[in-house]
Design a protein around this ligand. Structure first.
Ligand code: BJW
Ligand code: ZN
Length: 229
């Protein structure tokens, strides 16, 4: 907790604040019906078998719906209240930051609770679990997909610009619970350092970012973040 003194002024949180009870995207135990997440979270898999990919998302939505925000999510809500220029930049798609009460969130990789039509581009919320029919369709009759960003796809227009803008003006940049290997999100770490922010990693393990941060706090985010308040 040696970095406590740095948590002042503008503060940005980035990364996947993982629920402590479930498998992470790349961690052990992440298999569903023998598929690795990266085998299903891509446009080719969806084009080949949309029902299969939707069954996986439906399964994940059911698990997430039962999860509760942890003390780490809640601490970030408190940061937001105390620091008017706080920005939460997340790679999470699970919506737990919304449920915790965070108001200003840049969701780099989209939102598992929203649908997007592959034909007309319409985009709408749907929180039903389980979904009544798989694969879901749009009002126009087109096939719907989860409104998330898959590998090889660009982030939503302006999303990285906004994130970079927040990082540029940050005094402190917390990198929380991310392997820091997925681009362009991972680039925010060197970007923040270059812009002069103090960069603090909070993670249970060493990551690709560890070597370039100012300070490392090892442990579960749900334990450590409340202690930074
Ligand atoms: C804790 C903890 C606790 C656990 N407390 N810590 C070569 C080939 C093809 C592509 C590329 C390539 N090289 C680079 C690319 C680009 C690619 C990429 O980065 N690939 C790398 C993996 C190699 N990136 C992209 O494709 C991106 N788009 C892009 O680049 O577009 C360019 C473009 C421009 C113009 C036109 C077209 C294209 C898009 C990336 C999208 C990522 N999407 C996913 C899926 C979202 C939907 C879904 O969930 O279904 O997003 S992948 C997955 O990774 C998910 C996450 O948001 C993201 C990051 O997850 P992260 O942080 O890595 O998670 P984990 O699980 O690996 O790690 C968890 C961490 O938490 C660990 O460190 C634990 O230790 C820690 N932890 N419990 C604290 N309690
Ligand atoms: Zn449509």
């Amino acid at each position: 907790m040696a970095c406590r003194g740095h948590v002042a002024g503008r503060l940005n949180g980035c990364g996947n604040l993982r629920r402590e009870w479930r498998a992470t995207f790349r961690g052990a135990g992440g298999l569903w019906k023998d598929y690795k997440p990266e085998e299903l979270a891509n446009a080719e898999a969806f084009a080949k078998n949309p029902k299969l990919v939707w069954e996986w998302y439906n399964h994940r939505r059911e698990i997430i719906a039962k999860a509760l925000p942890n003390p780490g999510h809640k601490a970030l809500v408190e940061f937001e209240k105390r620091k008017p220029r706080f920005t939460l930049i997340t790679q999470n798609v699970d919506g737990l930051h919304d449920r915790a009460g965070s108001g200003k969130i840049l969701k780099l990789h989209g939102d598992i609770w929203r649908m997007k039509c592959t034909v007309c581009g319409a985009n709408w919320p749907d929180r039903r679990t389980p979904l009544p029919r798989l694969p879901p369709h749009c009002q126009c009759g087109g096939l719907a997909r989860p409104n998330v960003v898959w590998f090889g796809e660009p982030l939503a227009d302006g999303m990285m610009k906004e994130a970079e803008h927040a990082v540029t003006s940050a005094q402190v940049f917390l990198v929380i619970g991310t392997s820091a290997v997925v681009l362009p999100a991972a680039n925010l770490v060197p970007y923040a350092r270059k812009a002069g922010a103090k960069v603090i990693e909070i993670n249970t393990e060493e990551t690709a970012a560890t070597g370039m941060v100012d300070c490392v706090l090892r442990g579960p985010a749900g334990d450590l973040l409340p202690r930074l308040l």
